[in-house]
Design a protein around this ligand. Structure first.
Ligand SMILES: [Zn+2]
Ligand SMILES: [Zn+2]
Length: 287
């Protein structure tokens, strides 16, 4: 699957803002992040020093992931990243957040620390690749913000590279993964697409679409069909919310065959925000 250019993606978002003015805030932020990533997205190395067209690199990562059952991101050596490109991008991303109205000082303080080298940008990237929750908790505590916000910034630095890998892996790798966390980046999915009665999990960070069992809680990996239930919103047969009675987490499911207008790739989570409200009212937890 080809990754659309930044300009093409921005054109899609502009059309979406017209259709869904209620989502203009998150959509505008998305646009700004794309702009911030423009330099990395435009280069074939995607912010690293590797030539991703070299199939042996992808094959090696894929082999390690299959053998260990761990996502590819774990096996990416963070030293492949080009700190100059990352520095440029983090400055743009933080600028975008400030422009979008983040009033607190922490993004600027984080940027200053990174620029002075007090916080090593490669360490930030390494922690995001390894899914090191502890690391982000520590920084979150220090700045007095949710660790998820810091992770959001760092994710935007590695997203173009992860998308590139996701585009280049073998389709059979994605079809045979059969586990809940994303095979590329390790994030847990929030949305799945139903195609021919198969649940294709969709990763918002790297764009991977991969297969997993219909009866699997993507949060706690519960496979007992009797405690896996679903909610159906009235008048919307194209949507449902699968949930697990054991951990009370949920997954939004879109039945593509019943969708009137296709949802642009990568926007499945944002465009199904009404399902999050329904799930919240039902006492369910978003991962
Ligand atoms: Zn992913
Ligand atoms: Zn569960």
């Amino acid at each position: 699957m080809e990754i659309a250019s930044v300009d093409d993606q921005i054109a899609v978002i502009d059309r979406m803002i017209k259709d869904r003015p209620d989502l203009s805030n998150p959509l505008e932020l998305h646009k700004k992040i794309l702009e911030a990533q423009r330099q990395i997205r435009g280069s074939p190395k995607k912010g690293t020093n590797l030539d991703w067209a070299d199939k042996s690199i992808i094959d090696d990562l894929q082999r390690k992931a299959v053998k260990s059952g761990q996502p590819i991101a774990i096996f990416i050596d963070s030293s492949i990243f080009d700190s100059k490109a990352l520095l440029h991008t983090i400055e743009q991303v933080i600028g975008a957040l400030i422009e979008k109205g983040v009033k607190e000082d922490w993004p600027k303080n984080l940027l200053d620390e990174v620029k002075r080298g007090e916080t090593n940008i490669i360490d930030l990237v390494s922690a995001a690749l390894k899914g090191d929750v502890e690391y982000f908790n520590r920084h979150g505590e220090r700045f007095g913000v949710s660790p998820a916000l810091i992770l959001f910034i760092v994710n935007s630095l590695i997203q173009p590279c992860l998308e590139e890998i996701s585009k280049r892996v073998d389709p059979s790798f994605l079809e045979r993964w059969w586990k809940a966390p994303c095979p590329i980046c390790g994030r847990r999915p929030m949305v799945a697409m139903l195609r021919a009665r198969k649940r294709h999990l969709s990763c918002t960070l790297c764009g991977a679409v991969y297969l997993a069992d219909l009866f699997l809680c993507v949060n706690c990996e519960n496979v007992d069909p009797y405690s896996l239930k679903f909610l159906a919103p009235e008048g919307h047969p194209e949507f449902r919310v699968d949930f697990c009675e054991k951990c009370m987490h949920y997954l939004k499911v879109v039945d593509e065959s019943r969708l009137k207008n296709p949802i642009p790739r990568g926007f499945e989570d944002m465009m199904t925000i009404d399902l999050d409200l329904m799930a919240k009212r039902a006492g369910l937890i978003r991962a």
